[in-house]
Design a protein around this ligand. Structure first.
Ligand SMILES: C[S@@+](CC[C@H](N)C(=O)[O-])C[C@H]1O[C@@H](n2cnc3c(N)ncnc32)[C@H](O)[C@@H]1O
Length: 242
């Protein structure tokens, strides 16, 4: 019997486990809430809390106006909405059902009476007519091609307040030809590894890609590196300079 390399074996184990979950879902379909929580990547409690604590550590306060790009079903949003002064949370997402799911999550968390601004957009339209002090795109640049990153940063460069900070997570790759090789990203024990690619979802990027994406925009980019994400996502900080 041919032996598999450890990497191939891991990939097959991940695929098999995904397939088993799909079959289990057919026997007992998950409810809508579970289904949407899984679509944003699962790890609902861990990644929701982690991103919120990270933002607070950056100086994010209740009086700030906050934009959640690719907010999904408000995995982080529930924490942000609870913390912010009412009316200061803005979220956009591609998928209307995610936004509906997000509203249901707010109600379930006892936050249904808070004023929030949720918008469906597939063009990263973050123009709500107000400047943003803080923002995040958590697990979004990991799923979109570089042209979408360009569009997102260009729009944000006009809607962030001067000095406003936007954070985005990404999977890292080396520059040069080595970027073509699929990468199994590092992960904490108990979390599944992510495979990333240069030309398809999940996408990986280098800082040079982001520098290219922001060229000519009034933005300063900083590589914050590892911030404790269980599946190896790195953190980028983008600050509007003028
Ligand atoms: C992995 S989920 C993360 C959701 C949320 N940020 C969180 O931490 O739970 C990625 C989200 O990005 C949204 N998305 C992907 N491409 C987008 C785009 N071009 N514009 C807006 N949202 C997008 C998806 O619909 C999905 O809800």
């Amino acid at each position: 019997m041919a032996l598999l390399s450890p990497r191939t074996e891991k990939i097959w184990r991940t695929r098999l486990s995904r397939r088993v979950h799909q079959l289990a879902d057919r026997v007992a379909p998950p409810d809508q809430e579970d289904r949407l929580r899984r679509r944003v990547g699962g790890n609902w409690e861990v990644v929701g809390r982690l991103q919120f604590d990270f933002m607070v550590g950056q100086g994010f306060s209740p009086h700030h106006r906050f934009i959640d790009v690719g907010c999904g079903t408000l995995r982080g949003g529930v924490h942000y909405v609870r913390y912010l002064d009412s009316g200061n949370y803005y979220g956009i997402d591609l998928a209307p059902e995610m936004l509906e799911g997000g509203r249901a999550e707010l109600t379930a968390a006892g936050l249904g009476d808070r004023s929030v601004h949720l918008r469906q957009s597939d063009t990263f339209d973050v123009d709500f007519g107000v400047p943003f002090d803080f923002g995040i795109a958590l697990s979004v640049f990991t799923h979109v091609p570089l042209n979408s990153v360009v569009l997102c940063l260009t729009n944000l460069s006009e809607q962030l307040a001067v000095g406003g900070q936007f954070y985005a997570t990404f999977f890292r790759c080396p520059d040069g030809p080595a970027r073509r090789t699929p990468i199994e990203q590092p992960h904490l024990d108990g979390f599944s590894p992510a495979m990333t690619y240069c030309d398809r979802n999940n996408f990986h990027y280098s800082m040079r890609d982001f520098d290219f994406a922001a060229e000519g925009l009034p933005l300063r980019l900083e590589d914050l590196g590892d911030w404790g994400h269980p599946r190896g996502q790195q953190m980028l900080r983008v600050t509007r300079t003028d």
